[in-house]
Ligand binder design. Sequence first.
Ligand code: UDP
Length: 251
Amino acid sequence: MGSVGAKEVPVLLSPDGKRIDGRKLDELRSMRIVAGALHQADGSAFVEWGANKVMAAVYGPREVHPRHLQQNNKAIVQCKYNMAAFSVDERKRPGLDRRSQEISKVIAEAFESVIFVEEFPRTSIDIYIEVLQANAGTRCAGVVAASVALADAGIPMVDLLPAVAVGKVAGKIALDLKKEEDNFGEADLPMALVPQSGRLVLLQMEGHMTGPELSESLDLGVVGCRAIYEKMKQALRDRYQLGGPSEGAAQ
Ligand code: UDP
């Protein structure tokens, strides 16, 4: 541990270029995706990504609640991202806060741009994301889980939506930040990509980086998203080729 003022900060990058968990700058944390992990939902997925554990459930297209939100020419996409009180080190106060509202909104908007919403007028497609254990990048894990859950529910989309956060750690651009890197790094840039078109449908940034660093981050994020895309497709193949929940799902 080094120190800045009174605050203890961990050494984020070793002299030989290794990160706090031994990863290289362009390396993802390990990821496991289970499609169809829940029985009650129309579609579901569970994602373990590093120390993140995130469940997504999808319902719809179904009747709109509250009714006044109904749109005559398309489905609406509603998302509720929630972090469990036990998901973080310091107990999180349960319920809706500004952060969860913001994350729910950006995720709903990202999916609205890939789902064929015009095919289901006057309905709602509801996405629930429950973060059971958090270690940075939970909105991206939520997008990955929700995307596989939407596919599992048979909801027509342009493409799956892989997502990852890139950031700046000890002056270097790094893929898929974990908690210490998110907390003590210089920037955090979550993104979600439509792989076939290369369109970004979610892009946020906290912190500071230069123009060239931003473009390096975007390039690295796109490479990361494409690798995650392969894992998402494999989870769906596992589920449907085997005719049941994919490996690891309890019956
Ligand atoms: N976090 C926390 N308590 C909170 C919110 C966040 O401990 O109330 C942690 C959690 O590990 C989260 C990380 O801080 O994953 C980074 O949060 P951020 O808001 O950047 O969103 P995320 O990276 O999870 O999408």
